[in-house]
Write a protein that binds this ligand. Sequence first.
Ligand code: SF4
Length: 368
Amino acid sequence: MSRLGDYRNVKQKTKNEKIGSGDERGRNDVQNLTERMRKDQSEKLRWFEGILHDFFRRAGREHLPWRKSGITAYEVWVSEILLQQTQVTRVIGYYERFLERFPTIHTLAEVSWEEFLPYYAGLGYYARGKNMIKAARAVVETYGGEFPKDVKALESLPGVGPYTAAAIASFAYDKNAVAWDTNLRRVIGRFFFGSKRADIPFLEFEETFSLRSKELNAALMDFGSALCVSRPKCGACPIRDRCEYFRNHGKIEKNSHFEFRISQVERQRWKDARVMLFLHEGHKKYYSSKKNGYAPFRIPSSHNTRAGIKDWFRDRYGLELAVRPPHAKIIIKGKPTLLVNAQILLGNPGFAVFGKEAVERVTYTITV
Ligand code: SF4
């Protein structure tokens, strides 16, 4: 019986008992059932951790360069930032080149954006790269070059969220901090609740795990990328007998299939959309495609991908851009149009510059 199922039974039983025997007895029953449910859940968690531990010993990705023993907080941080939205196999080369050029946080803190870019270019999400330099400077200036050990202090650094902070604290400092990335959410969500989209009670889990976070995080990340992948390999999975996803044949998670089909149709519709590009600098200065009034850049549908937009700008203006995914999709004069933000990475723009108000006025006219 799943935990969600248990809750439903507790609720139903409470209702029946209250009608038959009064509030006091009903309350006691609820407490007993809740207690039993906690024990069952905790026993299941211990079993889960035992198997996970074995899996990690046999099949953990200990060959990855950021899994070495005695890794520093700086090295963990570099690996985690580079790994965001990027496949592990791609990151290995970047990671090694990056640490060869910037072996310490001090070397990174002194670098200019132009010097930094060749070791980062190709990974996308350039705001993340800029945050790396800012965070390195903050660690040097505020913490004397040592990453703080406290999770909250880590989270205060530019570009460091709860996941990265927990990864640094657990892998470098052996602190108890669970790094809830998509792999962890998917495995725990499916195994205990039947769906990777389950509403996981994070705190409750963190208090009940008995493995050290260092091992737990690494084991769950590896398990999630080896077996419990997007299309889970349940046939080869050592925990399938007690997995809620496996027991209900993935029905809870598959309820979202309908949504998926809709999104396929939507995707087709927007395939030929043109682009309206808002080129800005920190959302303070906006570059205009016209001199005598603000106008966003209009890019034809033949170049409506992020790579296409970059090519279009490079060919026309000799500028390198960092392009965000579309922030809105609208129909203008019957034509599907993607609204996209971008910033200049390299090159000198000769465009007229306007403030935010001018842009807001134009956006308002376009969207009403
Ligand atoms: S049985 Fe399938 S869904 Fe469940 S944990 Fe294993 S791989 Fe994931």
